[in-house]
Design a protein around this ligand. Sequence first.
Ligand code: FPP
Ligand code: MG
Length: 321
Amino acid sequence: MSKSYPIPQHILRDLAEVEKELAKIALSTDGVLAEISLATLKAGGKRLRPALVLISGMVGDYDLGRFMPAAVASELIHMASLIHDDILDDAGTRRGAPTVNSIWGERIAVAAGDFLFATAFEILSRLEMRSVEIMVNAALDLSLGEFDQMVTAYVVDQSIEDYIQKAKRKTAALFAACCQVGSHLSGASAGDIAALTSYGENLGIAFQIYDDVLDIAGGKATGKEIGVDIRDGTITVPIIYALEELGYDSRFAAIISKQRPDDKDVKEAIRLINECGAISRTRETARSYVDKAIDSLKAIPKISAVEVFRGIGEFVIDRYH
Ligand code: FPP
Ligand code: MG
């Protein structure tokens, strides 16, 4: 399993600059907010979204100064959304570290997420209108996707199409926006921007599907608890496939639709999913979206960027976290 994604040296250097900007933001605050911002930064993360902004910028005229606000804002929106997501999931750990809600409590965590989210928009306001529009729409989609997921929790008769619609909003919209904004800011052609946006969307769907695999079969290396989706009633791809295999009137379906499953129920559901072949089928589905993502790039002339995008595609469906 790969722990990182392949990336050219010059992008790595520029990502270090993005990291410095993020640290500056954290250090511009004080007290508890500074502690939380620094802890969130230190907890790490793959910085996949800023990387997508920069790599997409390779397709046209590369200029870090122009991409920087979008790259920084993409990570801030992501960080804010994870802080809020951990509150909603009542999650105790992420990336092997205690979550903000588990250390400082939910009320403080809401306010800290709001700060990072608002800062993202302050930074975006340095860009021209089209870029702001791309990123604002992605943030809107994120909140709608999360909302959709909450109101359809524990409902077992959901199709793959229902799931994909939510994944597009919750996860893929920000991936797509990063690719779109990076290529737009580089002055790429309309065709190249559309191809990259499609790459980002399909990559994001694959990412979310693989995330669902990690929730069931990830083990300790993910740094977060497993079975959270079952506990929260989130109907993911492995759960949909297991329902198809085991039946909508099975013991499995009864656990999945139960509002407060206990630890024994969650363990049993995980065992049933693992035993019925749903995980390998889910991996295949994730792979099909990576293939679709890479296929979107066939007309992109900049071969070096396409190679990096291909590597990122392989990484998102073969990672620990
Ligand atoms: C993680 O998914 C969460 C998201 C991809 C989006 C969360 C969005 C919100 C909470 C609403 C938007 C909020 C802001 C501030 C824009 P997951 O729960 O499937 O993954 P996990 O296992 O990593 O928690
Ligand atoms: Mg979550």
